[in-house]
Structures are given as C-alpha cells and as structure tokens.
Write a protein that binds this ligand. Structure first.
Ligand code: ADP
Ligand code: ADP
Length: 227
C-alpha cells in the first residue's frame, strides 16, 4: 500500500493538456525519480501529488486520505506539516540569513524562534555548510544555496520530500554532492522522496524510475505497488 498515490489524473492548463490519465504510487521510505522530456507533465504530476494543484479528474491520496478534494487552506496545512520542498533554483528568501531560511518551515509551524534556530543549526555541519549560518542567499554559491534549500526541505522531518529538478541549476559535480546529501539525509530520517529530473545521472540515485510521456506515467523498473 502506497503512502502517496495519484490515480488516473488529468489536468489541463486552459486548452493545454498537461496530464492525461497519469498514475503513480509511492511507498513509504521509497525514493522515486520521475523522468521524461521537457513539457511531458513531470512538474504538474509532482504538484498534484504535493497538493499544490488539484487535478481536473482522478484522485490523489496521501496516508490513507484523499487530498485532491480538500480546500486550499487544508491542502496548505498539509503541505506545511507533512511535506518538504526543494526546487531548481533554491528559492531562498533573500532577506533572511541561511539559518533563518532553514528554520522557516519550523517557524511557520509555530515553533519558537530560538528552538527553530537550534534545530536548524546542526544541518550546517551535516551538509558541509559550517560558517555559512549568517550569510544571505546572495553570499552563497549555487551549490551552497541548494544545500541550504535542502536543509530547509528536510528540517521539519516531512513524511515526503518533493524535489523538482534540485540539481538543474548546478554543474554535475556539485549536483552529485547535493544528491548524495539529499538521498543520505532522506534515508536517515525515513523521508519518502519524489524527485523530478531529466538527468539519468540524478535519477540513478532513486530506488525506482518512472517515465512521464505526454501526460502519462510508466514505471521503468517495475511497480512494487499495484496502482
Ligand atoms: P515538465 O515538468 O515535464 O517539463 P510541466 O508539467 O511543467 O512539464 O508541463 C506540462 C505541460 O503543461 C506543458 O505543455 C506546459 O507548457 C504546460 N504548463 C505547465 N504549467 C503551466 C501553466 N502554469 N500554465 C500553462 N501551461 C502550463
Ligand atoms: P517549476 O517546476 O516549473 O520550476 P517552481 O519550482 O517555480 O516550478 O514552483 C512551482 C509552483 O509551486 C509555483 O507556483 C510555486 O509558487 C509553488 N510552490 C513553491 N514552493 C511551494 C511550497 N513550499 N508550498 C506550496 N507551493 C509552493
């Protein structure tokens, strides 16, 4: 049984169909790479699984509950409390220091500032970012900023980490360092990962690869879960 699952999902942006009957089931603790050409619907599928978008038809289930029919405030609370996110261009808040960026999900969940910063700090040593705590995003390299974004995605111990092209803006060596840390940290804390990438090298870190073509998903290495 799946922790998170999209069933026969369709979604169009106006006249443009993005998903046409896509299904994907991810087991707890699994790391799944979603691959496929540009424009095939990978990000849209991730956004449906993460409760950012609601599909036109089909269903999305998380942890035994149907989530696509929840209200936007309910989905927002679900994202805040259960999910973590890492996007292609870090998207750190430029006005905040690195440690405040990492602490942000905890602050948004009501953790007090001192406690949130105390939980954020160990991530700097863990991710090779010692001394970067007080820097702002403009004072970090691309790889450092993406590691800060990764710490922010994981600090609240989400059940699922959604990573959309997390290495897309990095050179291949820096990208591999980020992937080593992403996969290592997720496995350490038992976080399930849905990883969108168009790079085979990045997908190779996953337990299983799924290919999206023309808005439909196919598992490459055999679904362990019937969907
Ligand atoms: P991928 O992540 O595989 O590159 P996307 O899921 O981003 O693909 O996009 C799937 C299709 O939906 C593409 O045709 C894309 O142009 C379209 N699309 C995605 N987001 C939007 C949007 N916000 N408005 C209009 N069209 C969109
Ligand atoms: P793309 O996959 O096209 O690069 P982005 O990474 O820019 O897309 O983000 C896709 C969408 O997700 C945007 O509309 C953005 O506002 C939204 N988004 C980004 N972070 C979060 C979050 N933590 N919670 C909810 N929605 C988010």
């Amino acid at each position: 049984n799946a922790l998170i699952e999209a069933r026969d999902v369709t979604l169009a942006f106006g006249e443009t169909p993005a998903l046409r009957g896509a299904g994907l089931a991810v087991a707890a603790g699994e790391i799944v790479a979603v691959m496929g050409p540009s424009g095939s619907g990978k990000s849209t599928l991730l956004h449906c699984l993460a409760g950012i978008l609601s599909p036109d038809t089909g269903e999305v289930h998380f942890d035994g509950c149907r989530i696509d029919t929840l209200s936007e405030p309910e989905r927002s609370a679900l994202r805040r409390e259960r999910f973590g996110f890492v996007f292609q261009f870090g998207q750190l808040v430029p006005e905040l220091t690195a440690e405040e960026n990492v602490a942000l999900p905890l602050l948004l969940n009501g953790t007090r500032r001192a406690a949130a910063l105390a939980e954020a700090r160990p991530w700097f040593a863990r991710l090779g970012l010692d001394g970067m705590e007080r820097r702002r995003s403009g004072e970090l390299s691309g790889g450092q900023a993406q590691r800060v974004a990764l710490a922010r995605g994981l600090v609240a111990r989400p059940q699922v980490l959604f990573a959309d092209e997390p290495t897309g803006a990095l050179d291949s060596l820096t990208g591999e360092q980020v992937m080593d840390l992403l996969v290592g940290s997720a496995r350490d804390q038992g976080t399930t990962v849905v990883l969108v990438t168009h790079e085979a090298r990045v997908a190779a870190y996953a337990d299983r690869e799924v290919v999206v073509r023309d808005g439909r998903a196919t598992s490459l290495t055999g679904d362990r879960i019937a969907s």
